[in-house]
Design a protein around this ligand. Structure first.
Ligand code: V55
Ligand code: FE
Length: 495
């Protein structure tokens, strides 16, 4: 590599890691790894391989554009082994062959080197999911890539035997725990900034069962979705894309404060003419938390922010973003009657369950598609921010792990001390028949001032007691995106 990374990409602990390899038997520095834990914690990490060679590097490129790297922790018999390896996307292989960056800004083909025109731009860097015996890593701008859960080798893009013709595939599909079916979609399915949505249902083995193409009301991000017994729901976010803006060097997404919130709803096996678009007062939907049906009505729980939830990496059309700490979010419940409600939903259809101040909630997977009680989510307590020796703020995303008991209306937080920031945790039930929410929360904890990372394991229903095990990692773990737990039944012994 003959160039240095730009300053925007070398800010402390989050500078590119660029490392592939393994660490056998991680060091336990406190407590004991629960011996019953058996599985694989996998995380998708954007990790730029080569310095971008473009003039106007966007913040979204820095935060979310990097090559997908898979981090995996194999936990079994009271030990943890670690591996990390890049996804061999088409893009990764092209850049590696050239020994330099060929792709430019986030979802902006106009900023690429002409030699890669028409090549797949996806980095598969956002989330992993396990379905039909396959571990898949996805970013919503391209197809998902299949990864070997032991070696982390890449088997190539997953097309379901050629059946997936959408150019894109969500990083957040949903699996019906009862049938094993996979419900997925791609937005911008006919190419960047198109309004086309491809909706797919796959059987438990990954064979295509149902496919519907329809159009969204706007060309905007649809990052997540929700599944009930009878419906699939698509919350549209108020960050829009536009081909002319992209062509003239602008960012892929801008935030539109006055855009309504839309929920697209299709019956599971429905057709394009059965899609209903419900319009709701302006808000910024984050990740969904759960959804189910009661008395024929859809109950949709999601995190919702009252402003630009992607600030500062996404800005409004004037280039502005609200200062940190000014956008609030909450767990809200929408109650929607697909048959009886008018197209315009109101506050009457929405209940605020609790303020949250965090993102990326996890529930007990055994409660998906039904009423649930426990939610685990990393949160930020803004009164506990730190400065370094020069008085500069320590960059912290989430400084607590929080458990919300929705039945009691209580919360339990673990604050690990000053200048610490959590990555996306997982929840693991203690056993197949343990009560809801009883198990472990496992998370990476970064210490930016020390450029060090730890893996912490906590009792899920007693987070404030602190970890039952703390492991020290000999490598810096730059901020990744989503973590997923794969049960040990699906993962071979590594060693
Ligand atoms: C997100 C992350 C992405 C992306 C779109 O966390 C949304 C949200 C890492 O890439 O492409
Ligand atoms: Fe996400």
């Amino acid at each position: 590599m003959t160039k240095a990374f730009p300053a925007m990409m070398t800010q402390g602990i989050d500078e590119p890691c660029r490392f592939e390899g393994e660490v056998f038997d991680l060091e336990v520095i406190e407590g004991e790894i629960p011996p019953s834990l058996d599985g694989l914690l996998v995380q998708a990490v954007p990790d730029q391989t080569f310095p971008p060679e473009i003039a106007n590097l966007h913040l979204m490129t820095v935060a979310a554009g990097g090559d997908g790297s898979v981090r995996a922790f194999r936990i079994k018999n009271g030990h943890v082994d670690f591996r990390t390896r890049y996804v061999r996307t088409e893009r990764f292989l092209l850049e590696r062959a050239a020994r330099r960056s060929l792709f430019g800004n986030y979802r902006d083909p106009f900023s690429d080197d002409p030699s890669v025109e028409g090549k797949s731009r996806t980095t598969a860097n956002t989330a992993l999911f396990y379905h039909g015996g396959r571990l898949l890593s996805a970013k919503e701008d391209g197809l998902a890539y299949e990864i070997d859960p032991t070696t982390l080798e890449t088997h190539g893009p997953w097309t379901s035997d050629g059946a997936i013709t959408s150019k894109t595939f969500t990083a957040h599909p949903k699996i019906d725990p009862n049938t094993g079916q996979l419900f997925a979609f791609g937005y911008a399915a006919k190419g960047e900034t198109t309004r086309d949505i491809a909706y797919y249902v796959f059987d438990a083995s990954g064979r295509l069962e149902h496919e519907v193409w329809f159009e969204a009301p706007r060309s905007a991000m649809i990052h997540d979705c929700a599944l009930t017994q009878n419906y699939m729901i698509f919350p549209v976010m108020p960050i829009t894309s536009d081909m002319d803006r992209l062509r003239s060097g602008g960012p892929h997404f801008i935030y539109e404060a006055d855009m309504p919130q839309y929920f697209g709803i299709i019956p599971r096996m429905g057709n394009a003419d059965e899609v209903r678009w419900f319009k709701a007062p302006s808000a910024f939907p984050g990740h969904t938390v759960n959804a189910w049906e009661e008395d024929g009505k859809i109950l949709l729980d999601l995190l919702e922010a009252d402003g630009n939830g992607f600030a500062p990496v996404v800005q409004d059309s004037d280039g502005n973003a609200p200062p940190p700490g000014t956008v609030q979010n909450a767990l809200v419940r929408w109650t929607i009657d697909y048959h009886a409600n008018p197209d315009e939903l109101t506050e009457a259809h929405r209940t605020v369950l609790t303020p949250v101040g965090g993102e990326g909630a996890h529930i007990d997977p055994r409660r998906e598609m039904q009423e649930y009680r426990h939610m685990f989510v990393p949160t930020l307590d803004p009164s506990k921010l730190s400065t370094d020796v020069n008085g500069r703020p320590v960059p912290v995303l989430f400084n607590q792990l929080s458990h919300f008991d929705l039945a009691d209306g209580t919360r339990d937080d673990w604050f690990p001390g000053p200048a610490t920031t959590f990555q996306d945790p997982v929840f693991v039930p203690r056993s197949a028949d343990a009560p809801e929410g009883d198990g472990f929360v496992i998370a990476l904890l970064n210490r930016p001032l020390e450029r060090r990372s730890e893996l912490v394991i906590l009792e899920s229903l007693n987070l404030s007691a602190g970890p039952v095990a703390r492991l020290s990692l000999p490598l810096r773990m730059r901020l990744g995106i989503h973590s997923t737990w794969v049960d040990g039944a699906h993962v071979a012994e590594w060693f």
